[in-house]
Structures are given as C-alpha cells and as structure tokens.
Design a protein around this ligand. Structure first.
Ligand SMILES: [Zn+2]
Length: 107
C-alpha cells in the first residue's frame, strides 16, 4: 500500500506534474508519460495489461484539464484531448516516478 502524496502540483507550462511523497521524494512526471500509462480499458488490455494506446498519437501540447481524488487511494485526471477515464492509484504514480521521473529544473 502506497501512502498518498502530500502534494500534487500541475506545472502547465512545463507539461508535468510535481508529486511530493511523504518520504520527501518529489517526482516530476511529464503529462505525456502519465497519459501514456493510462490504466483504463480503452488504453490498456484489461486482461494482459498490454498497452493499446500508441504513444505517438498523444498530443505534443497535451494539457491537464482537471484532477479529482478517488477516495483516498487514487486520482483521476482529465486531459485536454478529452480523455478522462483513467484512474491512477498512488502505487501506479509512484511506480511511474520510479522509472520516468524527470530531473529537477535547472536554476
Ligand atoms: Zn485511458
């Protein structure tokens, strides 16, 4: 069980989310990375977990349109491409941070 983040900040200009975890780690996840990892049934095979969504089809200018907490265990993102069915558990976000977190900004 992954503890919920202490903060989730949208950096629209950089097209990334800054996620602060209780252990002090801060992940910087590009919108397109998060969108590409969408766990919903349209983007991922329900049984095998294999991705259906082609990352090349994700808009380069993708923006976050909304964000809603799902209980205490997950968050649902709405994207500027109209997609909003993906529910990301903290575990999923943390896992994305493990593999895909961007370096901190320079300066
Ligand atoms: Zn999806």
């Amino acid at each position: 069980m992954t503890d919920p983040p202490e903060s989730i900040r949208a950096r629209q200009a950089e097209q990334l989310l800054e996620i602060g975890w209780p252990d002090g780690r801060i992940d910087r996840l590009a919108y397109r990375t998060i969108r590409g990892a969408c766990p919903c049934a349209n983007c991922r095979d329900e049984w095998t977990g294999a991705p259906i969504l082609d990352p090349a089809t994700i808009a380069a200018d993708l923006k976050l349109a909304g964000m809603e907490n799902i209980g205490t265990y997950a968050v649902q993102f709405a994207w500027s491409d109209g997609h909003s069915t993906g529910i990301y558990t903290w575990e999923t976000l943390r896992g994305l941070g493990d593999t895909s977190s961007l370096p901190p900004p320079v300066g």
